[in-house]
Unconditional design. Sequence first.
Length: 197
Amino acid sequence: MYGRYETFSGVPLGIQAVVSAIYEPGQQGTRDSIKLFPDEDGKQAQVDRIANSLGLCRVGWIFTDLVQTNSSGKIKLVRHADSHYLSAQESITAANFQNMYPNLTKKSSSLKFGSKQVTIVVTGDAENQIGLEAYQVSQQCMAMVRAGVLLPTKDAPELGYVREPKVGPNLDVFYKLKDQYGNEVTKVARPLPVEYL
């Protein structure tokens, strides 16, 4: 998606992305993921140059999972609290885009913090109509993807797993859950057995 950023008055210090155009790169979709092909013919670079000359920049990416429930045109509700809103692979792709386009700021020692890139999912809503949902992954997700330790599982698209880093210091990743007594317990994420990968 190409567009520009504007002030959003709905929240303090709010910024909104205004989308002006969508470019569809070469891709292959599966049930749970999208593979974007490399820009070998230079089309993406040409689109970036044209967008830049029009005062536009990349503001995010968009994808769809629309499935009709029947011939009436109703759309199946796939993403909800009892399934998932973004699959692990979609979250990893979103983190990759956010890492590729960091937010530049003088307030950070690295001159970068977070990202303004947005992920839009065109999907069925609770009324079985077409809806657009916007997401950004957290700083923690961005860091785990940057370190190469977050991967999707094979059979459960909503779940990801943490693996040992290939290079660099050993990173400990923690998560919290409630035990059978309702107490919040912190655990260390460990790699799944090979049969789940």
